[in-house]
Design a binder for this molecule. Structure first.
Ligand code: ADP
Ligand code: ZN
Ligand code: MG
Length: 486
């Protein structure tokens, strides 16, 4: 499939995302079983989440509080009264034969998320936020060989989820990627979900259609599932947009259907068409009362909201005079922003701290595959190192090596500097003495320098550095050498 650039510019893509997030409650949504990830299969189960006849659900209030928290941060209106409904379908990992979800009366509606793409900001509408329980997990072994086995783990059955449905306001894979990134940042800030795609605590289905540029009616959409990473979301959308344009340009029509992303083949393929779409036969859940969220409850949750990423970014710019880019990067994750603020608390210049957190420390963390919350170099320890740089006790270059060693040994900067006698030499007499020795030993280079080849100065700097094991203060060295040579 090759879609020409000309064909592409004739069309506009329209995208809406449905995002499922697992809430960070300790127990499941309708029973007191643990939600802990990675426990032995079927060890966190009871009559309620196994769907045994006669077992009755009891709503987890912490889950509701988290849903309200998310909805408020998404600028939604919280419904005073909402209702759970049964969504009926058969699936081996859904023992009850229905999922308790919300249908026509969700927890919250009408919100928005602000995204920024190519330097312009745009609000993406949030249609609704509703609560539901997760299903269990089927594990297939040996597929597609003949001796395949399937297993069912019901630990996940009954884990609380919220689903966030966006308006069809996104116009490109980049915008969809950015929207999902913002959602993730926001929900992690709120501590309502860890948004871990690998563990399945963030799942995203993408709805996409194309229409002629300038058209006002929406085109027929397809829904793409099986998007296991942000990168796949981007690729699948780009593929699907081109596929639809290709069909339309060839005189065909798009059928409303569900398609799966195949990351190995880098394409989507049809799974089921809308004619076979489920009729879920939703009806109000008879075992649960309508959910009433009082103004008092809402107010309590609102008061508990932390400073949100956008506000924090703006504050970093105004309070610490950071460039917009640094402020955005630092506030992408609450943990990184917290770490940064812990560093500068110890009177370190903010821009210096931002540079070191965003480059050197991030680099070491990425290499080690560690999160900042579990950094071997604590914020006060990084602050100590940065103060040594500010006082010119160590050079920036030396500090990089020291940080790497702090990272691997857990020692402090002060300890490493005195242990290795690494302190930078800022004593002019000491530097001059070494400079004179080098000058005396290299008459040829001195001749070159004096005959006008001033670039030779760099060579002398290198020699003195070598002799001092890189510890001479570079600015002082330049000046002193020049003085001696001239
Ligand atoms: P369905 O009835 O198929 O579930 P909904 O109207 O509930 O569809 O919308 C589901 C998601 O699809 C929402 O995120 C919505 O923004 C998006 N969507 C709806 N229509 C379109 C369209 N024509 N093109 C792209 N996305 C769409
Ligand atoms: Zn249970
Ligand atoms: Mg729908």
């Amino acid at each position: 499939m090759t879609v020409s650039t000309v064909a592409r510019t004739k069309y506009e893509a329209v995208i809406g995302l449905e995002v499922h997030l697992q809430l960070l409650t300790k127990t499941k949504i309708f029973c007191s079983c643990s939600t802990h990830f990675g426990d032995p299969p079927n060890s966190n189960v009871c009559p309620v989440c196994l769907g045994l006849p006669g077992a009755l659900p009891v709503l987890n209030q912490d889950g509701v509080t988290m849903a309200i928290k998310a909805a408020l941060a998404l600028n939604c209106a919280i419904n005073t009264r909402s209702r759970f409904a049964r969504k009926n379908y058969f699936y081996p990992d859904l023992p009850k034969g229905y999922q308790i979800s919300q249908f026509d009366e969700p927890v919250a509606v009408d919100g928005w998320v602000e995204i920024e793409v190519d330097n312009h900001r745009k609000r993406i509408g949030v249609t609704r936020v509703h609560m539901e329980e997760d299903a269990g997990k089927s594990i297939h072994e040996g597929f597609p060989d003949s001796d395949r086995n399937s297993y069912i783990d019901l630990n996940r059955s009954g884990v609380p989820l919220i689903e966030i449905v966006s308006e069809p306001d996104l116009r490109s894979p980049d915008e969809a990627f950015e929207y999902l990134t913002r959602l993730k940042t926001l929900l992690q800030y709120l501590d309502v979900s860890n948004c871990n795609m690998e563990e399945g605590s963030l799942r995203c289905d993408a709805n996409v259609s194309v229409r002629l540029a300038g058209a006002t009616e929406l085109g027929v959409k397809t829904e793409v599932k099986n998007l296991n990473s942000f990168r796949f979301l981007h690729k699948a959308l780009a593929y699907e947009i081109d596929r639809q344009i290709d069909v339309l340009e060839g005189g065909g029509t798009i059928h409303q259907e569900t398609r799966l992303w195949d990351s190995r083949e880098q394409r989507t393929y049809g799974m089921r068409s809308k004619e076979f779409a489920h009729d879920y036969r939703y009806f109000p859940e008879p075992d649960l009362l309508p959910l009433v969220i009082t103004d008092e409850w809402k107010a309590r949750v609102r008061k508990s909201l932390p400073e949100l990423p956008d506000a924090r970014r703006e504050r970093f710019i105004s309070e610490y005079a950071l460039p917009e880019y640094d402020a955005s990067q630092l506030t992408l994750s609450r943990a990184v922003a917290d770490y940064f603020e812990d560093v500068i608390k110890v009177s370190v210049e903010p821009k210096l701290a931002a540079n070191w957190v965003l480059s050197e420390l991030m680099h070491l963390l990425n290499e080690a595959g560690r999160e900042i919350t579990d950094s071997p170099v604590t914020a006060p320890h990084l602050a100590e190192l940065l103060q040594l740089i500010a006082k010119a006790t160590v050079s920036g270059k030396m500090a990089k090596d020291i940080l790497a060693e702090m990272f691997s040994t857990g020692k402090t900067a002060g300890a490493l500097v005195s242990e290795k006698g690494l302190a930078q030499i800022t004593d002019a007499d000491q530097i001059t003495t070494v400079a004179r020795q080098i000058i005396a030993a290299n008459p040829k280079q001195v001749e070159q320098y004096r005959s006008g080849k001033t670039a030779t100065l760099g060579w002398f700097v290198g020699q003195v550095m070598k002799a001092t094991r890189g510890q001479a203060n570079p600015q002082m060295l330049q000046e002193l050498l020049k003085k001696e040579l001239d």
